[in-house]
Design a binder for this molecule. Structure first.
Ligand SMILES: NC(=O)c1ccc[n+]([C@@H]2O[C@H](COP(=O)([O-])OP(=O)(O)OC[C@H]3O[C@@H](n4cnc5c(N)ncnc54)[C@H](O)[C@@H]3O)[C@@H](O)[C@H]2O)c1
Length: 270
């Protein structure tokens, strides 16, 4: 029984060099999908195709997606930069470039297509910032998005939090439109995950703050524990799941909502 329905599906995974993207590509290969990878670093995986592309370059994104061409059944937006990178680069890769990849892939998708992107529990404050986030996500082009970022550098701040909030709000907004074409779009909110990006988080963020986000499960996620929910969201097992920002955080956001996790380490940072 092919419960998830990936046998001979054509899928694209951005960020397939390491971490969650690599784990996702591996899982999809195991499920019988035809996997096409995008990253600015080459992958060791045996994919149907791999295209080296920098998500900070919209023309390169367009060429990369055109090079894959054909029918695409599912897109996994896994590429990302941490807050140790320049803020505008973070906005480009995590939001504007991710959105550009998606918009280039959409014409290659038909009814039944699905898109899953990675946000973060770092984006959990999105609902308190709706006016500014709606202003940002209503910028349709890559160029207008980045112009808005340049004009609003204080709001962009370190880039990471805003990029993750923007993915959530854009996912919700796009979901109501794309479902009219039978295409679904969702995102995940991972908690701290043991990937190469974690070294960057550790260099910038106090351990007490990082450890706040592993409550109540008391350990970090593996990349494979993040790949599973992404693969589920784009699968035939999730055809009524749309516009969702799915926490994959060991219970952190549930604990926050019910006052059961200790957020005191975040207060001095705030
Ligand atoms: N690790 C965590 O704790 C954590 C938590 C929440 C969310 N996330 C998010 O998960 C996603 C995956 O990150 P990860 O933890 O697997 O880290 P990672 O660094 O292993 O993976 C990021 C991938 O993106 C690629 N990438 C970076 N910049 C690029 C560019 N300009 N063009 C093309 N590809 C580029 C990298 O080469 C790499 O393959 C990111 O969006 C990240 O923000 C990570």
């Amino acid at each position: 029984m092919d419960f998830l329905g990936y046998k001979s599906k054509r899928v694209i995974v951005s960020g397939c060099f390491s971490g969650m993207g690599e784990a996702t590509a591996r899982l999809l290969l195991g499920l019988g999908a035809e996997v096409h990878g995008l990253d600015y670093k080459p992958t060791a995986l045996e994919l149907a195709s791999f295209t080296q592309v920098d998500l900070r370059d919209p023309a390169a994104i367009d060429a990369a997606v055109a090079g894959i061409g054909g029918r695409v059944d599912a897109l996994f937006n896994c590429a990302g930069l941490p807050q140790t990178s320049p803020p505008l680069d973070v906005m480009k890769v995590n939001y504007a470039g991710t959105r550009r990849v998606t918009e280039q892939v959409l014409p290659l998708m038909s009814e039944g297509g699905a898109i899953a992107s990675i946000s973060s529990t770092a984006g959990m404050g999105w609902s308190r910032k709706m006016p500014v986030l709606m202003e940002l996500v209503q910028k349709k082009s890559y160029e207008d998005t980045m112009q808005w970022c340049e004009d609003n550098l204080e709001t962009v701040n370190e880039g990471y939090t805003l990029s993750k909030e923007a993915i959530i709000v854009w996912t919700m907004m796009a979901s109501a439109q794309l479902i009219k074409r039978g295409i679904r779009i969702n995102c995940t909110l991972p908690g701290p995950t043991q990937t190469p990006m974690m070294n960057h988080f550790e260099s910038r963020t106090q351990a007490s703050v990082l450890n706040t986000f592993i409550q109540p499960i008391d350990r970090r996620s593996t990349p494979e524990e993040q790949a599973g929910p992404l693969v589920f969201l784009n699968s035939d097992a999730a055809t009524y799941t749309n516009g969702v920002a799915l926490p994959v955080d060991g219970g952190f956001l549930g604990g926050v909502a019910t006052g059961q996790v200790d957020l005191s380490a975040l207060m001095p940072a705030a």
